[in-house]
Design a protein around this ligand. Structure first.
Ligand code: HEC
Ligand SMILES: [Cu+2]
Length: 323
């Protein structure tokens, strides 16, 4: 399957209804646009005023034709209503057994929390299982939009809103904010990672199945590995790697590689040494010290990242320094 002109690859159980209805309306519109425009042009030419020819009085009306063009569109509109309403009711009625994930939207970041206590900046879900999102906003109105699933739902401060879906195939798909929410609205991007839901299948690309991912994310610090490995896992889990590389290349933010122990020029003219405290503060309150040459685009991870996880991330910085 490929992205089409109007849609991303469909990947939820809602997609057939949404796409089907969309194309139904689209082709009806194309049909009537062509029919009406052509007839108009033909009549304009055919019945134009010609010198020396008297205008004829109207021959009366055609009851059959008039009933036809009233009743047929009425049916079309009712079909569209019925089809759309059935789809809407389905989208508004999450199944009892849906897996629940809490979502917090804030300027300009998505935060996903799982029943086990795991948190992540990207949404991880099992394939072929209904998932329900219970969403709230910390500040202004945002809107969770997952084009591949054909769902979009506003996230409103002061109340919960919800959305549910069932993904079909494993893969990675876009999440966007579809409600203008301030300066960095267009950066409020994330991904939904649909995991293989079949424990007997270990994915070809080394993609863990959902249960494995959830176990790691619930407790990313493993006793039997060096702390920096856990730190690396945490930077992947929380989506740090979307903005920071570990190979020295510049992305949205400075690379993690080789920065520990170096001197950083800050906006405003101060300089600091990249040490434990600087890293900790950069994670919890990034805008309090913005590195020169970069935009203050990093969201705060206060409340998302646990203190022990910061230790591990710092260990990872130190490890990258040595490498
Ligand atoms: C949306 C992009 C984005 C994400 C996600 C992000 N950062 Fe950043 N980060 C930045 C930018 C931009 C800067 C530079 C500006 C600043 O200092 O605030 C930065 C700066 C930093 C710094 C200071 C680095 C230096 O060399 O001066 C650290 C440390 C850091 N980020 C760690 C993290 C960690 C850990 C995570 C994940 C928990 C993370 N960042 C997630 C964009 C991001
Ligand atoms: Cu937003």
């Amino acid at each position: 399957m490929h992205d089409s002109l109007f849609f991303q690859v469909p990947n939820s159980t809602f997609a057939p209804t949404v796409d089907g209805l969309y194309y139904f309306i689209f082709w009806i519109s194309v049909f009537f646009l062509t029919l009406i425009t052509s007839l108009m042009i033909i009549f304009v030419v055919k019945y134009r005023r010609v010198e020396g020819v008297e205008a004829q009085p109207s021959p009366g009306h055609n009851t059959l034709l008039e009933l036809g063009w009233s009743i047929l569109p009425a049916f079309l509109v009712l079909i569209i209503f019925g089809w759309g309403f059935a789809g809407y009711v389905d989208m508004r009625s999450p199944p009892e057994e849906a897996y629940e994930i809490n979502v917090t939207a804030s300027m300009w970041q998505w935060n996903f929390r799982y029943p086990t206590g795991a948190v992540s900046g990207e949404l991880h879900i099992p394939a072929q299982k209904p998932v329900k999102l219970i969403m709230q906003s910390k500040d202004v109105i945002h809107s969770l939009f997952i084009p591949a699933f054909r769902v979009k739902q506003d996230v409103v401060p002061g109340r919960y809103t919800g959305v549910w879906f069932e993904a079909l195939e494993p893969g990675t798909f876009d999440i966007l904010c579809a409600e203008y929410c301030g300066q960095q609205h267009s950066d409020m991007l994330s991904k939904v990672v649909v995991h293989n839901n079949d424990p007997s299948k270990t994915d070809l690309n080394n993609d863990p199945n959902f249960e494995t991912w959830l176990e790691d994310a619930s407790d990313p610090i493993k006793d039997n590995e060096p702390l920096y490995e856990s730190g690396k896992r945490i930077t992947e889990m929380l989506g740090c790697v979307n903005c920071h590389s570990s190979d020295g290349s510049k992305k949205v933010g400075p690379s993690f590689k080789g920065s520990f122990g170096t001197t950083r020029n800050l906006q405003g003219g101060k300089t600091v040494t990249v040490d434990e405290n600087y890293i900790r503060q950069s994670i919890l309150d990034p805008n309090s010290q913005v590195a020169q040459g970069f935009d203050p685009k990093m969201p705060s991870f206060k409340g998302t990242i646990k203190d022990e996880w910061i230790d591990a991330v710092i260990a990872y910085f130190k490890h990258l320094k040595k490498e």
